[in-house]
Design a protein around this ligand. Structure first.
Ligand code: FAD
Length: 317
C-alpha cells in the first residue's frame, strides 16, 4: 500500500501542517511496509529535497504555472494523475482550508473511503481503522476504511512531525492540466494582515474588552508578533469586529501554535473552534472563567492592565 502525501504551500513556502502530513504519511507507509512519496503543485521556493527529513523518499513536482493559484478542480486532477502514476493506495493531506476542498473531490474521483480530520495513526491490527474527532472535538469516532484506495486528511497539530536524516529525490511530474472553467485573475491581500485560517499565532479578543475602540492593544500585540487577530462570536455579532474574525463552532476553526485569548469567557462553542491550538494563553479577570480549564497559561487580571505590560515586554525583546 504505497502512500502519497499532498504538500500544500503558500507563496512558495511549504505549510507547517504539510510537514506534519508528510511525517504522518511516512509513518503510515512504515506501518504498511512501503514508502511515502509526495506531490507538490505549482511554483515553490523551498528546497523540496528537505522533505526527506520527514521520511519522504520521492517528490513529484508539477511546476505548471496554472497551478500557482489553488484551484480545487485542477489540483484534484493533478493529484489523481499522480495516484495513477505512482500506484498509491493511500493519499494523505492536511485537514486545512485547501485539504478540506481537495479531499472530498479526490474521494469521489478515486472511489476511495475518506477520513476527514484524522487525529492518530491508523490501527492496522484489524483492518484499517482511523480515529477522528466528532461533535466539535468532544468525542472520537473510529472509522474503518473498507475501500482499496483510502484518503486521510490529518488534523493540524494532531501529529508531531518526526525529523530524521534524509534527502528526498525531486522529479518533475508532467500532469495534464486542462484549462479551468473558472480562473482566479487576481488575489488582493489585505496589507499587513495574516490570514486567520493559516496563522501560527493568533491574538483574540472577547466582550471583556468592552468595545471596538479598545482593539488597539489586540492589534498592536498581533502586529509585534506577526499574528492574526480573531474574536468571539459575541464580539462579531455586536459588530465590534468583522465576522470573518469570529472563531468557534459557528465561525472559523483554527489550529495555531499559540492562541492568545483576552477577555473571552471560553464558552464551549468558542472552544470548539480553537481547542486544536498547541498553546492557549488566557487573560481574564474572573478566576472562575471556564477558559482557564482549557488554558496552558492563564493570567487572572484586568486586560487593560495586563496587555500594556505584555506589549511593553514584547517590544523589549
Ligand atoms: P462573554 O461571555 O461576555 O465573556 C466575557 C469575558 O470577559 C468574561 O469571562 C469576563 O470575566 C471577561 N472580562 C470582562 N472584563 C474583563 C477585563 N477587563 N479583563 C479581562 N477579562 C475581562 N461563540 C463563539 O465565540 N464562537 C462561536 O462559534 C459560537 N457559536 C455559538 C453557537 C451557538 C449555537 C450558540 C448558542 C452560541 C455560540 N457562541 C459562539 C456564543 C457563546 O456561547 C458565548 O456566548 C460567546 O463565546 C461569549 O463571548 P465572550 O466570551 O466574548 O463574551
Amino acid at each position: 500500500m504505497s502512500v502519497l502525501v499532498y504538500i500544500d504551500q503558500a507563496d512558495g513556502h511549504i505549510k507547517k501542517s504539510s510537514f506534519e502530513a508528510a511525517s504522518y504519511a511516512a509513518k503510515v507507509a512504515g506501518q504498511t511496509g512501503t514508502t511515502a512519496e509526495a506531490i507538490v503543485l505549482g511554483k515553490v521556493s523551498d528546497d523540496l529535497t528537505s522533505l526527506g527529513r520527514y521520511g519522504i523518499s520521492k517528490v513529484h513536482h508539477v511546476a505548471d504555472d496554472q497551478l500557482n493559484t489553488m484551484d480545487s478542480k485542477l489540483y484534484t486532477n493533478a493529484i489523481v494523475q499522480a495516484v495513477e502514476s505512482t500506484g498509491a493506495e493511500i493519499v494523505v493531506l492536511s485537514h486545512n482550508v485547501n485539504g478540506k476542498a481537495i479531499a472530498p473531490r479526490l474521494s469521489a474521483r478515486l472511489k476511495a473511503g475518506m477520513v476527514p480530520g484524522a487525529v492518530s495513526l491508523p490501527d492496522t491490527s484489524a483492518g484499517f481503522v482511523v480515529k477522528k474527532g466528532v461533535f466539535s472535538g468532544k468525542a472520537f469516532a473510529n472509522i474503518s476504511l473498507q475501500t482499496s484506495k483510502k484518503i486521510i486528511s490529518l488534523t493540524p497539530n494532531a501529529f508531531t512531525p518526526v525529523q530524521q536524516e534524509g534527502t528526498a529525490e525531486v522529479v518533475p511530474f508532467n500532469a495534464t492540466i486542462v484549462a479551468p472553467a473558472v480562473k482566479v485573475t487576481a488575489t488582493n491581500k489585505v496589507k499587513g494582515e495574516v490570514p486567520l485560517s493559516e496563522a501560527e499565532l493568533v491574538i483574540s479578543g472577547g466582550r471583556g474588552l468592552k468595545g471596538p475602540e479598545n482593539w488597539g492593544m489586540i492589534e498592536e500585540l498581533a502586529h509585534l508578533l506577526g499574528a492574526a487577530t480573531a474574536c468571539s462570536r459575541a464580539v462579531a455579532d455586536a459588530h465590534w469586529r468583522p465576522h470573518h474574525e469570529h472563531v468557534g463552532q459557528t465561525g472559523g476553526s483554527i489550529a495555531p501554535n499559540l492562541y492568545f485569548a483576552v477577555g473571552i469567557s471560553g464558552a464551549i462553542q468558542h472552544l470548539a473552534g480553537v481547542n486544536r491550538s498547541k498553546v492557549i494563553v488566557v487573560i481574564n479577570k474572573d478566576p472562575e472563567a471556564p477558559f482557564f480549564k482549557a488554558a496552558d497559561y492563564g493570567i487572572v487580571g484586568d486586560a487593560f492592565e495586563v496587555m500594556p505590560k505584555i506589549i511593553d515586554a514584547v517590544k523589549k525583546l
